[in-house]
Write a protein that binds this ligand. Structure first.
Ligand SMILES: [Zn+2]
Ligand SMILES: [Zn+2]
Length: 311
C-alpha cells in the first residue's frame, strides 16, 4: 500500500516506544490490578477496543484505527478504561455446542468482538478476545475450567488480551510473528510463532493463512461439530449476511478487497482441513455461524469471488 514503508517505520518506532514503556511499567504493574496500577492507566481505544501500555495520559493516537483497514470516527479519537466499561457493560457466556462457549459483550464494545472458549481434556483455549473482562466473567470461566492457552486470529482482536492472560495465571498468547508490530502492549505472555502451522494443546492447529493480515491465523478444532470439525475463522473467511456465503477482504469497513493470488493462497491453507462448521468473528443475524457444509461454502464463495475479480 501507499506509505507502507512510512507506516511500518512509524509502527516499529511506536512498538519500540511501547516496549520501553511496557518494561518500565512491568515491575510495578506485576501485582497491580487488571486496570490501572502504579504506572498509570492502560487506556483502551473506544472504536477498536485495543488496549495500550499503562500511561499517565491517553496515547496520542491508535495505530490500529489509523491503519487503512480501520477508521477513526468523525468525532475523533476517543479513549476509555476497563473500569469505565465495567460500569456500563456486561458479558454473556453462552454454550454454542458441547465444549464450546461464546463470550459477547453488551452493549457492543469496540468493533463488537466476540471470543470463544474451547474445552479440551488438556485444558481450555480462549480463541480470539474481547475488550471487557470483569470478575463475573473470570468467575464463570473458572467454573468452566479456566484458560490454559490463548490464540487470536489477528490484531483487530488483541484488545485486552494481556489482561485475560494475567487473569488466568499468565496463559500464553499464541500470535504469528508476522504480527509482532501490531502487539501494541508488549508483554512476555505473548508467544510469537513462525512458519505456517503451530499446534497448541496437543491437537489444535493454528494455520497461518495470511490475507486480511500478513500473519492472519485460523484455529482448526477437529473435535468440533460433533467430530466433523469446526473452523474458528475470526473474520476471514467472513460469514456473510447469508450464512451460505463467506468473503475475504483486506479491509471490511473500507471495502478493500484481496487479490486473486492471495485468495488462492488462503484457499490452499484452508482446503486440507477437515471441517463442517464455521464460527465467525461477529454475530450476524444472531448467529455468525455456518452450521453445516462449511467447507463447501468456503470453496463456492472463493470461486465466486475469483470470478467477480476476474481472477
Ligand atoms: Zn483503535
Ligand atoms: Zn479484522
Amino acid at each position: 500500500m501507499k506509505n507502507d514503508s512510512t507506516r511500518r517505520a512509524f509502527m516499529r518506532d511506536t512498538s519500540l516506544a511501547a516496549a520501553a514503556i511496557g518494561s518500565l511499567a512491568s515491575a510495578s504493574a506485576a501485582s497491580a490490578k487488571a486496570d490501572g496500577g502504579g504506572a498509570g492507566t492502560a487506556y483502551l481505544c473506544v472504536t477498536c477496543g485495543m488496549q495500550y501500555p499503562e500511561s499517565a495520559k491517553p496515547p496520542e493516537n491508535c495505530p490500529i484505527c489509523d491503519d487503512e483497514r480501520q477508521y477513526v470516527p468523525p468525532e475523533g479519537q476517543q479513549w476509555t478504561t476497563l473500569d469505565e466499561l465495567r460500569k456500563t457493560h456486561k458479558n454473556t457466556i453462552k454454550q454454542e455446542e458441547e465444549n464450546l462457549w461464546s463470550i459477547n459483550a453488551a452493549p457492543k464494545v469496540g468493533i463488537g468482538q466476540r471470543a470463544f472458549l474451547i474445552q479440551t481434556p488438556r485444558g481450555n483455549v480462549l480463541w480470539d478476545c474481547l475488550a471487557l473482562i470483569d470478575d463475573p466473567t473470570v468467575a464463570r470461566i473458572k467454573e468452566l475450567g479456566g484458560i490454559a492457552e490463548i490464540a487470536i486470529s489477528h490484531p483487530h482482536y488483541y484488545t485486552t488480551m494481556i489482561e485475560w492472560s494475567r487473569a488466568f495465571g499468565g496463559a500464553p498468547i499464541h500470535i504469528h510473528e508476522a504480527e509482532r508490530e501490531w502487539v501494541l502492549r508488549p508483554d512476555p505472555c505473548v508467544k510469537f510463532w513462525s512458519g505456517e502451522k503451530q499446534t497448541i494443546l496437543g491437537d489444535l492447529p493454528l494455520i497461518r493463512t495470511g490475507g486480511h493480515f500478513e500473519g492472519y491465523q485460523v484455529l482448526h478444532w477437529p473435535a468440533g461439530a460433533g467430530g466433523k470439525g469446526a473452523l474458528m475463522a475470526g473474520d476471514q473467511p467472513q460469514i456473510c449476511m447469508d450464512p451460505r456465503q463467506v468473503s475475504f477482504m483486506w479491509s471490511y469497513p473500507n471495502y478493500i478487497p484481496l487479490n486473486a493470488s492471495t485468495i488462492r493462497h488462503v484457499m490452499s491453507c484452508l482446503d486440507p482441513l477437515e471441517y463442517d462448521r464455521i464460527y465467525g468473528a461477529f454475530v450476524v443475524r444472531g448467529k455468525g455461524i455456518v452450521p453445516t457444509g462449511g467447507k463447501q461454502v468456503v470453496r463456492r464463495s472463493a470461486a465466486r469471488y475469483l470470478k467477480a475479480i476476474h481472477g
